[in-house]
Design a binder for this molecule. Structure first.
Ligand SMILES: Cc1cc2nc3c(=O)[nH]c(=O)nc-3n(C[C@H](O)[C@H](O)[C@H](O)COP(=O)(O)OP(=O)(O)OC[C@H]3O[C@@H](n4cnc5c(N)ncnc54)[C@H](O)[C@@H]3O)c2cc1C
Length: 303
């Protein structure tokens, strides 16, 4: 089923955007910052923390990166002024990493400094492996100066064990996920889901047993069970971990975990540039195949 999902994901560019949008909307808070802030308030009222993600990957021009910085600055100010429990998540490519590394560093520095003044945490997302080394390098430089910054590690990468060892040495703040860029080459990423899950469990144990703050970012119930087991076995304190889930995914499970007394943070994307993000989510949705077959194929041939 996963293979079929991936094949269909590769063909999604054939599906009219208006159709993808219908299904994609469940994963997005809205196109505007004010819609995202409203969702944040709703989630906070349920005692759920948030991280806001302004959608946009791979801008080609410096001015587009600066525009994204401005949106994030506004979001940070609003989070502070409205007393919301939210951080922000951002993509290095959106900050200009593919244009120029120093330009990206300057944007990140500017934003993280602004966030520190407003007591907001900044999480640097991890993109595909072509950006991994630079992302780690930028993070480690920024971490020397700022405490309000964290990074993401992807369990599907063969290099993850070595990278996590480095992060433990640096007392990093980590979000651990499986990894979303499924087209990575076999040379760099595991392709077998059993190995990815085993890698996830191993890395999670390393992080938790070495006192690194760990954002356990998965909707996989088996891994969530492994996490509970570890938290109990190691006596991990509440300040050292939280569960993280994506907006619109497994909300029932999220509630169950929260009702059992664990902290939860939800990743809330917003913005007009929703297509690439939504396609990644659609390919991970086990129900996508039946949806696309029943609604999509008909539409493809009628256009
Ligand atoms: C808070 C957060 C931040 C993330 N940040 C990054 C990042 O910076 N870089 C990166 O590469 N990846 C990131 N990811 C994505 C992650 O790498 C995975 O691609 C994604 O979370 C799916 O993996 P999973 O662990 O939920 O396991 P899966 O095996 O994909 O899913 C487990 C189960 O969850 C349910 N499920 C999962 N996805 C969906 C969906 N879209 N719709 C409906 N049901 C679904 C299904 O029931 C599925 O069987 C992030 C994920 C989270 C939760």
């Amino acid at each position: 089923m996963i293979r079929l999902n991936r094949l269909i994901a590769q063909l999604l560019f054939l599906v009219p955007k208006s159709l993808v949008e219908i299904f994609a909307k469940q994963y997005i808070a809205g196109e505007t910052l004010s819609q995202a802030l409203e969702k944040t308030r709703e989630l906070n009222d349920l005692k759920i923390d948030v991280t806001l993600d302004f959608l946009g990957e791979d801008p080609q021009k410096k001015r587009d990166c600066r525009a994204a910085v401005d949106v994030y600055k506004k979001a940070i100010k609003e989070i502070h002024n409205r007393n919301l429990k939210s951080g922000i998540s951002l993509k290095p490519s959106q900050m200009g990493l593919k244009i120029n590394k120093q330009f990206c560093f300057d944007n990140l520095h500017d934003l993280i400094d602004h966030a520190r003044k407003h007591m907001v945490f900044v999480r640097i997302d991890m993109e595909d492996t072509s950006l991994k080394e630079d992302t780690i390098d930028l993070y480690l430089k920024l971490k020397k100066e700022f405490e309000n910054v964290g990074i993401v590690m992807q369990a599907y990468l063969r290099s993850a064990i070595a990278d996590i060892n480095g992060m433990i040495q640096a007392h990093a703040n980590i979000r651990l996920c499986k990894g979303a860029y499924y087209w990575e080459d076999r040379k760099v990423a595991y392709k077998d889901m059993n190995i990815i899950n085993s890698s996830y469990a191993y890395l999670m144990e390393k992080l938790l047993s070495n006192n690194c703050f760990t954002g356990i970012a998965t909707h996989d119930e088996k891994l969530l069970f492994e996490a509970m087991k570890l938290i109990d076995k190691l006596g991990v304190s509440k300040e050292k971990y939280e569960f993280q889930m994506l907006y619109g995914v497994q909300e029932d499970l999220r509630k169950i975990i929260h009702d059992h007394g664990h902290s939860i943070r939800v990743y809330v994307p917003f913005g007009k540039d929703w297509f690439a993000y939504s396609v990644r989510r659609l390919k991970e949705n086990p129900k996508m195949v039946s949806y696309i077959f029943t609604n999509g194929i008909k539409n493809i041939f009628s256009h």
